[in-house]
Design a protein around this ligand. Structure first.
Ligand SMILES: Nc1ncnc2c1ncn2[C@@H]1O[C@H](COP(=O)(O)OP(=O)(O)OP(=O)(O)O)[C@@H](O)[C@H]1O
Length: 260
């Protein structure tokens, strides 16, 4: 596939004691694409994004974001460089409002500290105005405008996951990484999520996500990387992956790629 490269991960190895969670994994992600990482349970998908986002340090290999080396930077620096993310399990402040949760994502882009943002005491009035405008824009974009003042915990699960995306978008990412965003969603919520992810990439934001729901993957993926037992075994579009012998073998005996 042609196009400008945004992220290159080269030869990534990550071990946990004697377990090799990632073994010399190479991934190239192009600007604006929706890149999905699939693979059986325990194949290293979450470990990969934890390495990219600085949660784990790789034992070997390096990562470049638009030609800038980001390997081993701490997570907040990687966020500042332009990679936003969500987690496999919801990590929101449940007793805070949607507004406040999105505001938390913005503090890495503002001069004022986190506490001030939360208390809505922007150091500068101008800055506060910018923050409010941005939160409104993000909430309209994600269909959260009607629930901005509700506590996150009072929202349906699917909406809570969208709030997480909102918080990640508030960091102004060039690239958004979503760890199983459709997990636990009902079918209607999955359809809405697909629409949102397509809209996000129309903004020019590159999306990397981990997913098990193959209907969803088929709908949204421009490109797919397949991991198995810490190795990259295939890369391509959905059709190429679906018929790839190594992929079929990796999923065989578990659930089959078409029904994963
Ligand atoms: N912090 C850790 N300490 C020890 N082992 C870990 C740690 N994190 C992950 N692992 C192990 O590394 C391997 C890869 O795990 P990882 O969570 O990356 O897989 P995954 O593909 O995301 O799986 P799933 O689809 O189930 O989320 C697994 O064997 C897992 O038990």
């Amino acid at each position: 596939m042609d196009g400008e490269v945004i992220l290159v991960a080269e030869g990534i190895t990550k071990k946990f004691g004697g377990l090799v969670a990632l073994n010399k994994v190479d991934v190239v992600i192009r600007k604006g694409e929706r890149h999905v990482m699939i693979g059986p349970n325990g194949s290293g998908k979450t470990t990969f994004i934890n390495v990219v986002t600085g949660v784990y340090q790789p034992d070997e290999g390096n990562i470049r974001l638009q030609d800038e080396e980001i390997t081993r930077l701490p997570p907040h620096k990687i966020t500042e460089k332009g990679i936003g993310r969500t987690f496999q399990n919801i990590r929101l402040f449940g007793s805070m409002t949607v507004w406040e949760n999105i505001a938390v994502g913005m503090h890495c882009r503002t001069q004022s500290g986190l506490i001030e943002v939360l208390l809505r005491l922007g150091r500068e009035r101008e800055e506060r105005k910018i923050i409010e405008k941005k939160i409104r824009e993000i909430s309209y974009f994600l269909g959260l405008d009607k629930v901005l003042n509700q506590n996150v915990r009072s929202l349906p699960y699917g909406k809570q996951r969208i709030v997480e995306i909102g918080r990640a978008m508030a960091t102004d990412p060039k690239m958004l990484i979503l760890d199983e965003p459709a997990a636990g969603m009902n079918s209607q919520e999955v359809v809405e999520l697909a629409t949102i992810i397509k809209k996000i990439s129309q903004l020019g934001i590159t999306v990397l996500l981990i997913e098990h729901n193959m209907e969803f993957v088929k709908d949204i993926a421009d490109r797919i990387t397949v991991l198995d037992a810490g190795q990259k075994i295939a890369e391509g579009n959905f059709e190429e992956i679906q018929s790839h012998p190594k992929v079929v073998e990796a999923y065989l005996g578990t659930r089959g790629v078409a029904n994963a």
